[in-house]
Design a protein around this ligand. Structure first.
Ligand code: LRH
Ligand code: MN
Ligand code: MN
Length: 425
């Protein structure tokens, strides 16, 4: 399904006067307004191919209304729809083997038609595939059997090859490896095996590529995880070399972890890869970004903006920005629109922080003033700024409202059927 330009224009015209009133109100107090709007327009968040269908838990999966993408081509079409609506979803992140690009040339051309690029490639050694020789039941890169480790390494190298054909430039490795019971494995041996395996993958990276090492505290293993926290990931990334970085997935921490501090220090060391954005209340809930703890998201972006500026980095292109979520009870496309919006809002708020005043407050230990400065930015309703940036980039002022008005899901059901199930989470 295609969203026609004249319909977008018609919709935008119908809500423009209300938008303008709100925009003028907030814009009057924004320093360097054009700079803020340009940064917002440039900022792009990758959509994961595995999150375009309805998700579920190990207790079950309830079908969606339908119209889910049946193949990679239709997933690209869905991300194209999102990008046409918000102009901030200009890339797709693939998971292999869930989404194998069998005809890379055609897939790349299709993505380009929608204005999309290929973000980080993701490998999968946490499930056994039907045609797989050896099992990952007791781990992949950490495995006691060298043949299993080699199978995992070969898979990652294959993923790099797919990515290179598509123009991707990074590989994210998330390992479910670990143990469920004390005594099950030797921690040092598991670490060394994993490092050796990662080194083999690292050696196969093309020159321009980066390797992202994603950590996770627990699940599916419940006693130890071999890349369990940012310290372990940082250790691997440091030992591997300059092309290896630590990837932060917001849902992969123990409760109440100070993620913004982790982010600040990884950035300081030049070892922050980027993000898998989501939100959670209890664990790796994979909920809509900003739906539970938007203040934490703002604090993370505050550290990102300040840290990236201190290092002279480009906000839009020097880190990997990706969503990693699952949609159990919402329309996945609506949910993804909400997630991207929450990211843009947090970024916009962070751009409004008066860094100079904050540094002065910090230098004089004026704790009250420091809090006022942060919350002044956080409590500003920046949604009209985000909407204005989207409007100027050719997007829709209110993407979710337009999506519903145009009955996009209904049209997708007509095209694809009501019983389609997308591969993924
Ligand atoms: C693991 C994870 C990892 C996987 C994705 C499907 O919890 O966050 O990034 O690749 O979920
Ligand atoms: Mn993740
Ligand atoms: Mn996860």
């Amino acid at each position: 399904m295609q969203l026609e330009k004249y319909k977008i224009d018609e919709f935008n015209n119908s809500v423009e006067s209300a938008h303008k009133r709100k925009f003028d109100y907030v814009a009057a107090d924004v320093n360097k307004l054009d700079d803020v709007l340009n940064k917002l327009a440039a900022f792009q968040v990758a959509i994961p191919s595995w999150a375009l269908g309805t998700g579920g838990t190990r207790f079950g999966r309830f079908p969606s209304r339908g119209g889910e993408p049946r193949n990679l081509e239709e997933k690209i079409e869905d991300v194209g729809l999102l990008h046409a609506l918000n102009r901030s979803s200009g890339s797709i992140s693939l998971h292999i083997p869930w989404d194998i690009p069998s005809n890379a040339k055609a897939i790349k051309a299709l993505a380009a038609q929608h204005g999309l690029k290929f973000d980080a490639m993701n490998s999968n050694t946490f499930q056994d595939q039907a045609d797989q020789k050896l099992s990952y039941k007791f781990g992949s890169m950490q495995h006691v059997d060298k043949a299993v480790r080699k199978q995992a390494v070969d898979h990652n190298i294959e993923v790099i090859k797919y990515g290179a054909e598509l123009g991707s430039e990074s590989l994210t490795v998330w390992l479910a490896d670990g143990s469920c019971f004390p005594g099950q494995l030797n921690f040092r041996q598991a670490f060394q095996n994993t490092l050796e395996s990662l080194q083999e993958v690292y050696a196969a990276l093309p020159d321009s590529w980066k390797l992202f090492v994603e950590y996770k505290a627990f699940e599916p293993n419940f006693y130890s995880t071999t890349v369990g926290d940012w310290g372990q990931s940082y250790l691997y990334a440091s030992k591997l070399g300059p092309k290896a970085y630590t990837l932060v997935d917001l849902g992969h921490h123990l409760p109440n972890a100070n993620i913004e501090q982790i982010v600040s220090l990884l950035l300081m060391e030049g070892k922050l890869a980027g993000f898998h954005f989501n939100d959670s209340k209890y664990g790796d809930d994979d909920l809509t970004v900003g739906s539970i703890n938007p203040y934490q998201l703002f604090l993370i972006f505050k550290e990102l903006v300040e840290g990236m500026d201190a290092r002279g980095m480009n906000h839009a292109s020097d880190l990997g920005w990706m969503i990693d979520a699952s949609h159990n009870v919402k329309d996945p496309l609506e949910d993804l629109l909400q997630s991207v919006e929450a990211i843009m809002v947090a970024y916009a708020q962070a751009l409004l922080v008066d860094e100079k005043a904050l540094k002065e407050a910090q230098a004089t230990n004026d704790v009250v003033r420091a809090q006022e400065i942060l919350q002044q930015a956080y409590r500003t309703d920046v949604r009209p700024l985000v909407a204005e940036a989207r409007l100027r980039a050719g997007g829709v002022l209110d993407p979710v409202a337009f999506y519903r008005q145009q009955d996009v899901r209904g049209n997708l059901i007509k095209e694809r059927g009501a019983k389609t199930v997308a591969t993924g989470l």
